[in-house]
Design a protein around this ligand. Structure first.
Ligand code: MTE
Length: 311
């Protein structure tokens, strides 16, 4: 089972990341070099030539998608439902300064600027798979800090069971919010133990730099074992609650989008199979993994639960 976390000491600056094609070539060359070395056939005094830049890969051997792919194929309905138009429409959306209010069942509520949060919790690089419920996927090198660090500091009250997140509401700047079909603002939720899991990230950056508007700047959630719609963008409110919060997709189509939304190849969407996915930039399709490949880290959170009922 792969461990998706890569330490910040292994960060490769954005300009040194290889393109996917270069990565595949470099990986092939490295594998060939290793095979030769293992057989004792490497010429004396010579080791396999390193690639020009060390490819940043997850332990599962997956190359991150390019910055271009990650920032020009987006779901962000506040702007538009056209994935390739989001970047253009979000171009002048200001992501800094940005504030998040933490309220509800906590002993120390407060309003925090993202600038202060990144000083308090220095961002680390986490390279995670992202699997959209629509069956496409990417590998994304986020910068961020575990949500648990912020939650511990605001001290959840003993009756807090859930965390509710809300996206900014600015219809004058986000044209999609003028569409009254959707119950804006976008909201999402997690159980408190899911929110406290170390994989659950508040992302403030991408590829070693800032978090672009189309990717959810000023600050977004990333929950890598759940379908992408749980990873809410442009968060301005985090509220701890006793009851399970309403979420945007679940309130529109409860039969299609559950509260848990754990990636599960055995539980199909009513309108399509979830067993395979299309990794953006790759030909063909690959198998979808239970909990998006993070089962070893998170399956225990759902012990005793029927994942078909709690989908
Ligand atoms: N957050 C908000 N506020 N609005 C959205 O439309 N789309 C979700 C999620 N977060 C969405 C959102 C969906 S469906 C996915 S798959 C991911 O964002 C996509 O993230 P990306 O565009 O950074 O890849």
């Amino acid at each position: 089972m792969s461990d998706p976390i890569i330490s910040s000491s292994e960060i490769t600056p954005k300009h040194l990341y290889l393109t996917r094609r270069d990565f595949i070539k470099a990986a092939g060359a490295a594998a060939a070099g290793l095979a030769l070395a293992a057989c004792g056939l490497a010429p004396a005094g010579k080791t396999a030539a390193p690639a020009a830049a060390t490819p940043q890969i997850t332990p599962a051997g997956e190359a991150p998608n390019s910055f271009e792919e990650i920032t020009h194929y987006n779901n962000y309905y506040e702007f538009t439902t056209d994935k390739e138009e989001v970047a253009g429409l979000a171009k002048s959306f200001a992501t800094s300064p940005w504030q998040v209010e933490v309220s509800g069942l906590v002993n120390r509520p407060g309003k925090f600027s993202v600038a202060d949060l990144v000083k308090r919790y220095p961002p680390e690089e986490r390279i995670y798979r992202l699997r959209c419920v629509e069956t496409w996927s990417m590998v994304i090198p986020w910068l961020g800090f575990p949500l648990a660090r912020l939650l511990k500091d605001v001290e959840p009250a003993s009756d807090a069971r859930y965390v509710r997140f809300e996206t900014i509401y600015k219809p004058d700047e986000m044209p999609g919010q003028k569409q009254s079909f959707y119950p804006w603002p976008y909201q999402e939720g997690l159980r408190l133990d899911e929110a406290m899991h170390d994989l659950t990230l508040l992302a403030t950056g991408l590829y070693g730099g800032e978090l672009p508007a189309q990717s959810g700047g000023g600050i977004r959630l990333v929950v890598p074992w759940k379908y992408g719609f749980k990873s809410i963008k442009a968060i301005v409110k985090i509220e701890l609650t006793a009851e399970q919060p309403a979420t945007l997709w679940n309130s529109i189509a409860p039969d299609e989008y559950g509260f848990y939304a754990n990636v599960n190849p055995q539980v199909d969407h009513p309108r399509w199979s979830q067993s395979m996915e299309h990794r953006i930039g790759e030909p063909g399709r690959r198998e979808t993994l239970l909990f998006n490949g993070y089962a070893e880290q998170v399956a225990h959170l759902y012990d005793g639960m029927d994942l078909r009922v709690n989908f």
